[in-house]
Design a protein around this ligand. Sequence first.
Ligand code: DC
Length: 228
Amino acid sequence: MSNKIIIAIDGFSSCGKSTLAKALAVKLEYVFIDTGAMYRAIALYFLRNKISFKEAAEILKALDNIKLHFEYNAHTLKSDMFLNGENVELLIREMQVSSKVSEVAAIAAVRDFAVAQQQAMGQQKGIVMDGRDIGTVVFPNAELKIFVTADPVIRANRRFLELQATDPSITMEAVAENLTHRDHIDSTREHSPLRQAPDALVLDNSHISKEEQFDIALNWAKERIASH
Ligand code: DC
């Protein structure tokens, strides 16, 4: 496996993209990049600093003051997101950020800022990147594109169980509402909406286990690496 490729994984919120991307990266010894974390960190900065989502000049100034980087965490086998030197990996998963991040990710200047950094990270190949526009905009020439889907009710339930572990006050209704809201904004926004690339392979994981999903994707990756 000396020929490194780019693996782009896109799909709706909470359908297991990150779990799959991380597992593939560990197995292939590739770098895993969770691009949603970058939009979440930017949203956190905007919320903390009360940046208006509508004021172009204010947004550009804010982006100028944002430095994002990932640092590998040997415990989680993935990288933590750092915002201006602060580890914000846990903070960016909280509801306060989740409920606003889609609006922030819909801003063209924010996307340009994040996409340029994502493309730079992929220059050496050997990466698994997950997001919404990886196979369509960030790496339209990625050797393997996977579009992950799952039934919305199943997704909401999985997310609810995940969040409940750290926030027992969370309700299923709030989680389902947030998912529907994010899916809507992500797929209807003007700039780089969530779309399935025509050459993406679809992986519906509603009724398969994480292991089965992993095996399918790993086989696709091995095929593409061999033929690359
Ligand atoms: O994958 P996630 O739920 O952490 O993503 C957070 C938000 O960022 C979500 O609303 C979609 C958006 N996003 C995006 O627009 N483009 C990406 N490449 C990744 C995430």
